[in-house]
Each structure stands twice: as structure tokens, then as C-alpha cells.
Design a protein around this ligand. Structure first.
Ligand SMILES: Cc1cc2nc3c(=O)[nH]c(=O)nc-3n(C[C@H](O)[C@H](O)[C@H](O)COP(=O)(O)OP(=O)(O)OC[C@H]3O[C@@H](n4cnc5c(N)ncnc54)[C@H](O)[C@@H]3O)c2cc1C
Length: 412
């Protein structure tokens, strides 16, 4: 079979585009660099695959920073409910967590991939693995796509090579080079959804402790830039967890992240309460007062130590100086960001194929007719919570629709 459409990269965006283009009557060839398709999908959600989010699709666009406007047509053309229907109809039961995250009931990414591969097979999609694409040339109305072992021709090409994070998955930024070689503008790229590296990190010995719904703020040049609430995890190198990963889009090296261990309480409320408790219980150790807050015991001791307070100091001997040190550390503990995690540990890529060079209603290049893009190769990165996979599926679907219209297929 001679393909009319070549898709480069067998991740969720490429496979979903292949399924829908083939369903519409296209002859589709998918070229994948790795031995097997879907390497990154298999890692998603620590192997459990947070497929999408159950929230109102009209509010999804807010989850992609400044680029929500571009992705809106894709999301509306194939929303989260359609995605869940797609998998449900093919036998994959799903569960929605209280926070809206949707997972397969089996908690196995491999089950999600299996549905996609079975559907590709059913629709007659050819997938060739071990075929890293090294070049694309356009001559007349057709493209010649070269891999390490062969070359192929087609009238339509879709680049779905993903980003540059987790390069061990095959995602080494090839799509940016391929797009750039055809004259497609590509932005600077950087790691996104990245943990924060803090050197020295005073809580390194507490690595593994996590905080649900922690309040934290980000400061730059002495001014507060933003406030956040989200789950935070101490690692041995700094901060991670969904709240930090989502906030990382707006954080730069040199910024100060101030953590509140006192829950939603403001500094003045915490101060009043602490002073009152200390006055009412002069014989208590300071650590006993801290234990009244959602502060784990090991952190309790660490905060005392960092505030210069001996473990056995009682409230009767709690000096004003020590008190203000403890209050500052409990409500606004300052951590200077040394760096954001590198590509090898970031969950997504910021930047990519520039959005002003792509038609948001078809995913076709505005510069090279017949060239399409979908998934993370585009300059789109979403929050944690299923938003990145939904973006890959929705843009993959919309690209297939764009191809169908361009090739004049009616669909089946
Ligand atoms: C550890 C981890 C956990 C994640 N968990 C979640 C989650 O739970 N929920 C969520 O929504 N998102 C999650 N993400 C993000 C999500 O996995 C990605 O956004 C999504 O996989 C992007 O899909 P894609 O199809 O665009 O690209 P990818 O899935 O990256 O697929 C691109 C494919 O293209 C291939 N390729 C690259 N270059 C070439 C070439 N030259 N020739 C041929 N093939 C090539 C690659 O080998 C790869 O198979 C996670 C990411 C990571 C790293």
C-alpha cells in the first residue's frame, strides 16, 4: 500500500491522528524511532496513566498558560468526554478520582496503549518501528520522508515527535529540527513541569515528605509574583509534587519560593495564635505547640533547629527573637531556586513549533501546505492532571480532521 499520509512518531498524538485519518479513508503509515510505540505513554502517571481530567472542557484552556487560546478549537473538537467515550467503547473502564483526574481502572498505561494499537490495526494503519526519521523534503505536491533505512513519499506529513523531555523515550527534539528544515518557525525550548533544584536544600534529609494543598508564593526582585496552593513534595534536591510542577511554568532561577507550613493561615493570624498558646502553656515545649499544626514530626524538629530553638525549650523561655524566627520559618520559609530540573527529569517541554505558524482549526502549517503537527512538538504545555495527554489526543484528532478535509475524504 502506498501511503497518502505519513505520521512521524507513534506517541498518543501520532496514534490518535493515525486512527482518525485511517477511519476517514486515508492510507496511513506511522514511522517510529523506537523498537515499540508509545514509550512515553507507558511512563505516564508513573505507569498508571492519568488520561485526562473530568472538569468542564470550556475551562481547560486556562491550564495551558498563555497558549490556551490556540488549543481551544482542538479541545472543543475532541473534548475529554469524547476521549473517555472512545476508550469506554473499546472496553477500557475508567475511574475518576476526587480531584477530577481520570485513570484506567486497571491503573495501567499499557492498557491505554493496547487500545490505541488495536484500533490502529483495525483501521489498517501501518506502524513501522526502528525507523527514526532523519529528513523531510518537499517537492511539488509531495513530501519525501527519509529514515535511517528507507525513504517514503506521501502528499501529507504529520509531525508528532513529542518534545525534548525524558530523551530516553526517544523524544530528543527531532521534530523541531525536521520542522525547521522545512522553514517552519520553532521557538526556544526549556523544560516544563520541572522540579525545582535548591542548593543547599535545608530539607534534603526529609526527602519524601509531602504536603497536600500547601500554600506557597513566588518572589522576584523583592516583590511577590504569585500565590499558589497545591501538593508539594520534598525531594533530596529540592521541591517537586504537582503544585510545584504546575507552578514551574512561572518560576525562574533566582526566584524565592516561600512555603507556608501553617496551612492557609496568614502570618499575622499564626503569630497571634502562637503567642496566645505559648502564654497559656508556659510549661510546654515549643515543639508541642507546633504539633498543633499540620506539620510532620520530623519537620517540626527541623523547623525548631533552623530557628535556633533547642528541642527542650519551654514557652516560658521563648524569646521574642526566637519567636519571630520560628514564625517566619513556619509561614514564609524562603528557598532560593538554583535551577529548574533538566530535560531528563522534566515531564514536558516549554516551547516548540511556533503556534503562529500553525492553523489552530486544522493543525496544518500556514507555511508548508500538507504539513501538520500534533501533540507536544507544538509550543503547548499543560498543567499536571491529564491536560497534556488530552492536548495530544485532541490535537491529533483535529489534525486527522484537517487531513480528511484537505484530501477530500468523506469519512466512514
Ligand atoms: C514521566 C512522565 C509522566 C507523565 N505523565 C502524564 C500523565 O499522567 N498525564 C498527562 O496528561 N501527561 C503526562 N505526561 C506528559 C505526556 O506523556 C506527553 O505530553 C505526551 O506523551 C505527549 O504525546 P505526543 O504523542 O505528543 O509525544 P510522545 O508521547 O513524546 O511521542 C512521540 C513519539 O515520537 C517518536 N519520535 C521522536 N523522534 C522521532 C523521529 N525522528 N522519527 C520517528 N519517531 C520519532 C518518539 O520515539 C515517541 O515515541 C507525562 C510525561 C512524563 C515524561
Amino acid at each position: 500500500m502506498v501511503p497518502d499520509t505519513i505520521i512521524i512518531g507513534a506517541g498518543p498524538a501520532g496514534l490518535f491522528c493515525a486512527i482518525h485519518a485511517a477511519t476517514a479513508g486515508c492510507h496511513v503509515l506511522v514511522l517510529e524511532k523506537n523498537e515499540e510505540p508509545g514509550a512515553k505513554l507507558l511512563l505516564a502517571g508513573t505507569g498508571q496513566c492519568n488520561l485526562t481530567h473530568d472538569g468542564d472542557i470550556r475551562k481547560f484552556a486556562l491550564r495551558y498558560g498563555d497558549h490556551g487560546k490556540f488549543i481551544r478549537p482542538a479541545l472543543m473538537s475532541f473534548p475529554n468526554k469524547n476521549l473517555m467515550d472512545f476508550f469506554h467503547k473499546r472496553g477500557l473502564a475508567m475511574v475518576t478520582e476526587e480531584n477530577g483526574k481520570v485513570f484506567p481502572v486497571t491503573r495501567k498505561s499499557s492498557d491505554v496503549l493496547a487500545v490505541l494499537l488495536a484500533e490502529c490495526m483495525k483501521q489498517g494503519v501501518t506502524i513501522r518501528c526502528n525507523e527514526p526519521v532523519t529528513g523531510i523534503v518537499r517537492a511539488g505536491d509531495s513530501f519525501t520522508v527519509t529514515t535511517v533505512s528507507a525513504s517514503y513519499q506521501a502528499g501529507t506529513v504529520v509531525i508528532t515527535t513529542g518534545g525534548a523531555s525524558y530523551p530516553q523515550c526517544g523524544t530528543t527534539g527531532d521534530g523541531y529540527r525536521l520542522a525547521g528544515s522545512l522553514g517552519q518557525p520553532v521557538t526556544e525550548i526549556a523544560p516544563a513541569l520541572a522540579p525545582l533544584l535548591i542548593r543547599p536544600f535545608p530539607f534534603a534529609s526529609l526527602s519524601g515528605i509531602s504536603f497536600e494543598g500547601m500554600h506557597f508564593s513566588v518572589w522576584r526582585g523583592g516583590k511577590k509574583v504569585s500565590d499558589y496552593t497545591g501538593d508539594v513534595l520534598f525531594t533530596h534536591l529540592g521541591l517537586s509534587g504537582p503544585g510545584i510542577l504546575d507552578a514551574s511554568r512561572g518560576i525562574m532561577p533566582g526566584d524565592i519560593v516561600r512555603l507556608s507550613f501553617a496551612g492557609p493561615m496568614r502570618r499575622d493570624e499564626f503569630t497571634t495564635e502562637l503567642i496566645q498558646r505559648a502564654a497559656e502553656n508556659p510549661g510546654w515545649q515549643i515543639g508541642t505547640i507546633l504539633a498543633k499544626y499540620p506539620i510532620p514530626e520530623r519537620l517540626n524538629r527541623k523547623l525548631l533547629q533552623l530557628s535556633g530553638i533547642p528541642d527542650d525549650l519551654t514557652c516560658a523561655h521563648f524569646s521574642a527573637e526566637k519567636r519571630s524566627a520560628l514564625i517566619a520559618n513556619c509561614t514564609e520559609f524562603p528557598l532560593v531556586v538554583t535551577a529548574l530540573g533538566e530535560f531528563k527529569i522534566a515531564m514536558a517541554t516549554r516551547g516548540g513549533v511556533a503556534l503562529d505558524g500553525v492553523n489552530s482549526k486544522t493543525m496544518e502549517s500556514k507555511i508548508v501546505p500538507g504539513l501538520f503537527f500534533a501533540g507536544e512538538v507544538l509550543d503547548i504545555d499543560g498543567d499536571t492532571g491529564g491536560y497534556n495527554l488530552q492536548a495530544a489526543f485532541s490535537t491529533g484528532y483535529l489534525a486527522a480532521e484537517g487531513i480528511r478535509k484537505r484530501q477530500g475524504h468523506t469519512g466512514s
